[in-house]
Design a protein around this ligand. Structure first.
Ligand code: ZN
Ligand code: ZN
Length: 418
């Protein structure tokens, strides 16, 4: 038994060793949390707990993975590795052989196990709460549920959570909150309320709480709507800490205003230009931000990938795209995969990234702006790459302070470096 006990102290997954948590470790992924949100809310006196925590803990700015979208980054954080290893580089990819666009929200597209599955195998209990249900299946992949097992649940579907599928039930009673609307700040509050209740109830070893960026898409840093949201989170983080959890806070990506001076989305429509240059049917634009919940961003982000059926046209098209107004980067597939650690079998022949205030679209008919009740804010590009990496813990040694970390080093930071 003692041998087993000792073996449990290190868990090896995806080419990295993780130490067993001394206290429950809660990694919190604040969706779309541009660093300025926390900075401005602290200045406004809305985050007293976090302000105090930053005095003694860790306060870094790190890069997220590109594309700066939700799924690639959440999966990177829970696997501790980049998309080139785990395979998830957007909400969907194009399969040129099948000539179909494939949703990538099924765990079968993940090439590696999560840190959670590896820890569970060694006897750890895992608690994962996501805002939207689309992430739950990816993040909970490989976990076992049922009485005394791990827990993986979404706020969106909290009312139908079951012991067999989620490892917990009766969340509305447990939190004392009604089922939140999927487009609301309440969806994220429900994540924290569930996390807190289940921390006390189920005694997990590793916790992952992932919110939705509904508020960040609507409100700029320092505005009342944003500060109110950060004040709410600050209160829960304080309670999680008081209940004995260590905290590591990060974000999947930042968020920028993406509209012109009149408040209209500032869109570069790629398909129209490509069709004019190459003829219809040669180029296909994929916007990996597209998912079933597009109301708050109209499927508009700053990253696109383009498949070109005629290989000879790739290089000339790259140089034409570079000349378009508002484009930051145009890269061939190999160059893009190397620079951004992307999986080459799920990326088109060209990767294109717009400047910070602009977004990439297909053509005007493809995008529905009717759900945009405020000027567009979105992400996907390099301008949304810097995110916070914060902890109430301190570095083990001075030397570690110089380690270059990414957002997907959140568990590494919490378990190994502090
Ligand atoms: Zn996100
Ligand atoms: Zn978003």
């Amino acid at each position: 038994m003692e041998g087993n006990f000792k073996l449990k102290r290190i868990v090896n997954v995806n080419d990295r060793e993780y130490k067993w948590p001394v206290k429950p470790l809660a990694v919190i992924c604040i969706d779309g949390s541009e660093p300025e949100y926390i900075e401005r809310a602290i200045q406004a006196g809305q985050m007293p707990f976090t302000a105090q925590l930053l005095n003694t803990g860790i306060d870094l700015r790190v890069d997220c993975v590109i594309p700066s979208f939700t799924n690639p980054n959440n999966v990177s954080i829970v696997t501790g590795c980049p998309p080139s290893m785990h395979g998830i580089c957007g909400n969907f990819f194009y399969d040129p052989h099948a000539e179909s666009e494939v949703m990538m929200n099924d765990p079968k597209y993940m090439h590696v196990p999560t840190i959670f599955a590896a820890f569970e195998k060694e006897g750890a209990k895992i608690l994962v709460v996501t805002a939207k249900d689309k992430l739950r299946k990816l993040l909970g992949h490989g976990l076992t549920f049922g009485s005394g097992g791990s827990i993986c649940v979404s706020a969106e579907k909290a009312d139908i959570a079951s012991l067999e599928e989620n490892g917990c039930e009766d969340l509305l009673n447990l939190t004392g909150l009604p089922l939140p609307n999927v487009y609301s700040a309440d969806l994220s509050e429900f994540v924290f309320a569930s996390g807190l209740a289940l921390l006390e109830n189920a005694k997990p070893d590793l916790i992952y709480l992932s919110t939705t960026d509904y508020i960040q898409h609507k409100f700029a840093p320092g505005t009342e709507g944003a500060n109110r949201f950060y004040n709410m989170m600050d209160g829960y983080w304080s309670k999680l800490s008081a209940s004995g959890a260590d905290l590591v806070l990060t974000a999947d990506h930042g968020m920028s205003a993406k509209h012109d001076s009149k408040g209209n989305p500032d869109v570069i429509y790629l398909q129209d230009s490509l069709d004019a240059w190459l003829g219809v049917g040669v180029a296909r634009v994929i916007l990996p931000i597209t998912d079933p919940y597009v109301a708050h961003h109209g499927a508009l982000g700053s990253f696109a990938t383009i498949y070109i059926s005629n290989e000879l046209e790739v290089l000339p098209t790259i140089s034409k795209l570079k000349d378009l107004n508002g484009i930051l980067e145009v890269l061939g597939k190999n160059e893009a995969c190397e620079r951004f650690d992307l999986p080459s079998d799920r990326i088109g022949d060209i990767v294109i990234i717009s400047e910070d205030r602009k977004v990439l679209g297909i053509n005007p008919g493809h995008h529905d702006f009717s759900g945009l009740d405020v000027p567009l804010r979105s992400h996907g590009g390099l301008s949304e790459q810097v995110v916070p990496l914060i902890s109430n813990k301190t570095f083990k040694t001075e030397a570690i302070k110089d380690t270059k970390l990414k957002n997907f080093d959140a568990f590494h930071l919490g378990l190994n470096l502090t």
